[in-house]
Design a protein around this ligand. Structure first.
Ligand SMILES: [Zn+2]
Length: 270
């Protein structure tokens, strides 16, 4: 009888299938594997699982330890703690950025607030619910990184928030490509800070952003394939030279774009 009871327990509560990469660092997308019937949470944020894979993001300032909760059914739940390594962030000093964009007038402040609403509404869209990309291509091929993700910025002598993306310097007019398949959730010719701007949702909250474009070639709602041209490099908005400001995020948590996810992802996708 006891034996039978133990047998049942063993088969009712099999081990969790959840796996996570060993080397977690600040500012990265984390890909791992889990069972379809496992519910995963990073702190309080639900982490989608599709075809046995999940993705979530560790922000620039992620703490040195994070909690992941894995649930299966009502009672079967486990909390695990994982170490996160800190990163060194660069310091960038820029001068000569137009003062108009540094100290917005009252009128401009209203415009910025309106545009922020537009951005928030766009970023909340989730048109793709059945998957997410594991491989990103460089949006500008011939490029030099002029400012890294997460760098502490001092613009015209004034400290700013850390850099939310990576700046890729390229001549004005250079084609800008969609880094992965997705749906355009915002296409705008002229936002105050980011000028010509395209935001793409790639699935389950994974998004890329393309800013300071001299030309926008897509419109909101367009479906794009990885490598499709979405616009051209420019210096519209708050910029002191032609470059692409490229962002990668999951659920608005920005990470350092990496273009080697294709090989480093444990999921084995392209
Ligand atoms: Zn930038």
């Amino acid at each position: 009888m006891i034996k039978k009871f133990l047998f049942l327990i063993f088969f009712s509560f099999p081990a969790f299938a959840f796996t996570i990469p060993e080397n977690l660092t600040q500012g990265m997308l984390v890909y791992g594997t889990a069972d379809e019937n496992e519910e995963i949470y990073y702190e309080d944020l639900p982490v989608p699982v599709y075809n046995g894979k999940y993705v979530f993001a560790l922000g620039r300032n992620a703490p040195d330890e994070i909690q992941i909760t894995i649930k299966r059914g009502w009672f079967d739940s486990e909390k695990k703690l994982f170490k996160v390594a800190p990163r060194e962030w660069q310091k960038d000093v820029f001068d000569g950025v137009p003062e108009k964009t540094m100290k917005p007038s009252e009128e401009d402040s209203k415009r910025i607030a309106e545009e922020q609403k537009l951005l928030d509404a766009a970023r909340a869209k989730r048109p793709i619910k059945n998957g997410f990309p594991t491989c990103f291509i460089k949006p500008v091929e011939e490029t030099r990184i002029s400012s890294a993700f997460g760098s502490q910025r001092i613009i015209n002598g004034v400290p700013q928030r850390p850099h939310s993306g990576v700046d890729m310097a390229a001549p004005e007019g250079t084609p800008v490509k969609a880094s992965a398949d997705g749906v355009v959730i915002l296409a705008h010719d002229d936002l105050f800070y980011t000028g010509g701007t395209v935001l793409i949702e790639h699935g389950n909250g994974v998004q890329t952003g393309y800013s300071h474009l001299s030309k926008v070639d897509v419109k909101t709602g367009d479906i794009v394939k990885q490598g499709d041209v979405v616009g051209s490099v420019g210096m519209t908005g708050r910029a002191n030279g032609p470059h692409l400001h490229f962002t990668l995020a999951w659920e608005n948590i920005r990470v350092a774009p990496e273009f080697e996810y294709c090989t480093s992802c444990p999921c084995g996708d392209k």
